[in-house]
Design a protein around this ligand. Sequence first.
Ligand code: PHE
Length: 367
Amino acid sequence: MSSSQIPVLESYESQHLEAAFQALNADVARRAAGLRTSEDREQFRLYWLGRKQGRLKLISDVWLKSAPAEARKSLGQHFNQLKQQIEQALEADPATLAPSTTPTDAIDITLPGIRPTLGAEHPLIRTMHEIVRVFEHMGYSVGVGPEVETDYYNFEALNFPPNHPARDTQDTLVVANQQNKPLRDRLLLRTHTSPVQIRTMERQPPPVRIVIPGKVHRNDAADATHSPIFHQVEGLCVDENITFSDLKGTLDHAMKELFGSAVRTRFFPSFFPFTEPSADVQISCIFCGGKGCRKCKHSGWIELLGCGMVNPAVFKFVRGKQPAYDPKKISGFAFGMGVDRIAMMKYGISDIGLLYSGDMRFLEQFA
Ligand code: PHE
């Protein structure tokens, strides 16, 4: 037996000594309970009391070596007591030893089994996987990034300058006590998955085709359609000759895959600092087919995601690390969609809070 198998004594304080010896007593008792034959006993004796390699000697050597004077007496008593326990086990009449299988250990194979409860994918995670799969089929890879971000990645490198009013559209939860750091290094809970666009481009030259599912946070008051925590799937495609038609075609196909081939899409001018031009994408109402109903506020359309062509200003931020992002040679598009809203539409969930309540009665419906 090597000394590495000697149990570690946390300290020589009495509660640690008690615990350590209790473990040894239990080990002796457990091994003693398995003694059947005279060979078993001889093995047991050698294991514990062997003169050179006996466990008792090995342990006492190590523990006594560094023991402070005041702990020696108590250690000695404990080792004596352990030795007595071992000797008693050796003297015990084999006939009185426990039989190998006591009735309480026996398995009653006539009893009904215990059925393990199966977990199920949470509707949000399931929706996120569905969205990601649609883009994987188009050759996209999948990336992730940190939920606690710096101001630089969440805003500045996405072309939201400090104090720019566009920041107000994403009411941000910031980490406290950061005032003594430069603004760009201050930590916050990411308000969108777009910072992972920057992180991805810093890591690899074009071409890029990536989707990024993830959790985001905003300081929004919770109601039936808002939650301070929600989920997005971000997309980024950068290559030579990427045009707005590619963006439209990609998203139109993705919406048909997600909601059925009858769904139509339309693109409205919008604004995001990191895309230019930017658009909001609407799909024809999946509930009424576009005729107009309560769900689509009688417009026939439902707004689902934001997108646009990557703003050359964003490429400028990554060129320090990856010079190949030259806006004269490459172009790209990006999009971001809210997973919660899509999950709510797909599964007919009317209150976003249900997705975060952990209520089994709700979750069991998806099992
Ligand atoms: N990040 C934007 C938001 O959360 C969505 C978006 C992503 C828009 C990518 C354009 C391109 O509102």
